[in-house]
Design a binder for this molecule. Structure first.
Ligand code: MG
Length: 384
């Protein structure tokens, strides 16, 4: 293993106005942290990704990174410098040649910028810093008043990923621990490491304020303009039993649902809605009832498979809406649990999951309590 990305996500930054750390804010169905991680995972020259997280961020991290192949997360320290140091110590076992250290709140890092950072290292630099020239004229302040003008030709704005030969940056962090230095090139400077400047990217913003969140939403939404809708429908009959699987949860009842799998009619309809949105066949295409592997199987895996197909096309699920049609069991008392479960399976916030129950006024097969029917609709956004 040679090139490792170290992503710093231990901060508590809440200047966005939301009461969660900014890296866990969701944009178009994914957290900012996940967008950032995926940029590095998708880069052909990055061999592994490790994230430094806050002690109390374990559950948020686990939810944000579900299904991704990452090195085990490292718990950070009180300050950024200590967090990175801990991350570097944990990487020692993987013997990296180069490490690129990146802010979790910069999800728009391009593959090209990662490539150019690595190329500078391969060309012999011990440290490489992407930085932007500043177009505005620069002034110094004293007590809130303009005190003078600065030469903007001598100033650049630093970004990440900051790239380093692994051994010298680890040594620098060990030597200058606890000095409260702002970023890793500041640590490198302190150690006398020569830093090569490469051109930064104006798009590589660090999400900090509510305006940044709005900009980020617009940029991501702008890239996912192919909006699709899919519909799903399913029916299962009642049989003898003492409960039903419905929406991924078990509900005690005076009957069970009959089927090859666990007969979760709600998840089957939802799975078909997701598959329908991307024109990818139906549930039987992937999980034929003739296959004994799916006998009695929990239906949650059908749903996550369909969600995975959408993710593999670079898409996101915007919304799902499920209607359960039966006289009994009553849906209302179980709606919250079902919603939480389905949101969890799809990696969506709960306000993107809707669950409704209705009856057919005792008419037809659902009215006679012979079975349960489910309808689902899903909205999916794909890249053009
Ligand atoms: Mg079915």
């Amino acid at each position: 293993m040679t090139n490792i990305a170290l992503i710093v996500a231990a901060g508590k930054g809440t200047r966005t106005g939301l009461d969660i750390p900014k890296q866990y804010i969701e944009i178009a169905g994914k957290t900012i942290l996940r967008w950032t991680i995926e940029a590095f995972l998708q880069h052909p020259d990055i061999d592994a990704v490790q994230v430094v997280i806050a002690e109390d961020g374990r559950a948020q991290y686990a939810a944000a990174t579900e299904g991704l192949s990452l090195l085990a997360p490292v718990i950070g320290g009180a300050e950024r410098q200590e967090s990175v140091w801990r991350g570097l110590e944990a990487l020692l076992a993987h013997v990296p040649q180069y490490v690129v250290i990146h802010d979790a709140a910069r999800p728009f890092v391009s593959g090209d910028l990662i490539s150019r950072t690595l190329q500078a290292l391969e060309a012999g630099a011990e440290a490489a810093l992407p930085a932007l020239s500043i177009a505005d004229s620069l002034k110094s302040l004293e007590d809130g008043r303009i005190a003078g003008s600065l030469d903007r030709g001598r100033i650049v704005a630093a970004q990440t990923p900051q790239g380093f030969a692994f051994a010298p940056i680890l040594a620098a962090h060990r030597t200058f621990a606890g000095e409260g230095l702002g970023d890793d090139t500041a640590v490198a400077e302190r150690a006398g490491i020569e830093i090569v400047r490469i051109e930064g990217e104006t798009g590589n913003i660090k999400i900090t304020t509510p305006d940044d969140i709005a900009t980020a939403r617009q940029r991501i939404a702008g890239a996912l303009t192919d909006v699709r809708t899919g519909f799903g429908f399913d029916v299962h009959a009642f049989t003898a039993g003492d409960g039903v699987w419905l929406g991924g949860i078990h509900i005690p009842h005076n009957a069970a649902l009959k089927g090859h799998s666990d007969a979760d009619v709600a998840l089957h309809a939802l799975t078909d809605a997701l598959l329908g949105a991307i024109g990818a066949g139906d549930i039987g295409t992937y999980f034929p009832p003739s296959d004994t592997r799916w006998k009695g199987a929990p239906s949650d895996q059908f749903l996550t498979h369909a969600a995975g197909l959408i993710a593999s096309r670079g898409g996101v699920i915007a919304h799902v809406d499920l209607t359960l049609i039966c006289e009994a069991p009553r849906i209302g008392p179980h709606r919250a649990a079902m919603r939480e479960r389905i949101a969890g399976l799809l990696g969506l916030p709960e306000d993107r999951v809707s669950i409704k129950g209705t009856t057919t006024e005792k008419l037809g097969f659902t009215g006679r309590q012979e079975g349960i029917a489910a309808q689902a609709v899903a909205t999916v956004r794909l890249p053009e």
